[in-house]
Ligand binder design. Structure first.
Ligand SMILES: [Cu+2]
Length: 224
C-alpha cells in the first residue's frame, strides 16, 4: 500500500492500490486535479462557492470538538495523551464546519484491511495536522470525504500531501497526517476538500457536490 506522503504523481500512479485502501478506510481521495469550475473562483471570502479564504486566527480557542470528548485533564487511552496546540483555520462550507489544527507530532497506524503499518514522526516532524469536517448544526463528524493539504512559504510549496481519514478517541474522526516545516515563520495553508462519496440521507442531498478550496495563512513557532 502506498505511503500517504507520496507525492501527487506517484499518488496518482498508485491510485488503484490506494483506492482499495481508501475503500477500506471509507474515504474518497482528495483529487488535486479535480478543481472546481473557474466560475467558483480561487480565492475570496465566499463560503457558498467553490472556495473560501480566512485570515489568521491565532487567538482561536480550542474549545468544543463536535461533542467528542477532547478533555486532556489527565485522561489517557493506552497511555496516549493528546496535546492539541494551535487552530490554523476555521470556516464553513454549505453547513460543513471545516477546522484545521495542529497537534504534537504523533505516531499513528494505517490499517488497510489486512495489516497495520506504523507511521512514526521523524525528528523533522513539526506537528500532526488535523482537519475536522463536521456538520456545523449537529457537530457530527462528516466521513467519506477527502482532504488534500498544501503548505506554502513565500509561494514555494513546502508540503503537499493527502490527509488520511483518521480515527481518534480524543479528537474524533478527522483527516490528518504529520507535517514537517523548515522552522518558525508565516505559511499559507491550502486545503482541497473533496465531496463525501457515499449514500446520503436527503438532508445532505444538495450540499458538498464539488471540490472546495480553503486558503488561510498562519504563523507557526516550534513549541519550546
Ligand atoms: Cu490524526
Amino acid at each position: 500500500m502506498p505511503a500517504p506522503e507520496r507525492r501527487r504523481g506517484r499518488f496518482v500512479s498508485g491510485a488503484v492500490a490506494l483506492a482499495a485502501a481508501l475503500l477500506l478506510a471509507g474515504c474518497a481521495a482528495a483529487d488535486k486535479n479535480a478543481s472546481p469550475p473557474a466560475s467558483s473562483g480561487s480565492s475570496g471570502g465566499s463560503t457558498s462557492g467553490g472556495s473560501s479564504s480566512m485570515g489568521n486566527m491565532p487567538g482561536m480557542s480550542m474549545g468544543s470538538n463536535n461533542g467528542v470528548a477532547v478533555s486532556t485533564k489527565g485522561v489517557t487511552v493506552n497511555g496516549i495523551k493528546p496535546v492539541p496546540s494551535q487552530v490554523l483555520a476555521t470556516t464553513s462550507w454549505q453547513g460543513m464546519k471545516i477546522t484545521a489544527r495542529t497537534m504534537t507530532p504523533a505516531p499513528f497506524v494505517v490499517y488497510n484491511g489486512t495489516k497495520e503499518t506504523l507511521v512514526k514522526p521523524t525528528s523533522k516532524t513539526s506537528f500532526h495536522l488535523m482537519v475536522m469536517l463536521d456538520d456545523e448544526h449537529t457537530g457530527v463528524p462528516i466521513p467519506y470525504a477527502g482532504v488534500w493539504a498544501t503548505i506554502l512559504q513565500g509561494g514555494k510549496v513546502i508540503y503537499d500531501e493527502r490527509q488520511w481519514p483518521m480515527l481518534s478517541a480524543f479528537m474524533g474522526p478527522h483527516y490528518g497526517n504529520n507535517v514537517a516545516l523548515p522552522g518558525a515563520g508565516t505559511y499559507q495553508l491550502r486545503l482541497l476538500i473533496s465531496p463525501p462519496v457515499s449514500a446520503r440521507h436527503i438532508e445532505y442531498q444538495h450540499v458538498w457536490l464539488k471540490p472546495h478550496k480553503v486558503t488561510v495563512s498562519f504563523h507557526w513557532t516550534p513549541p519550546r
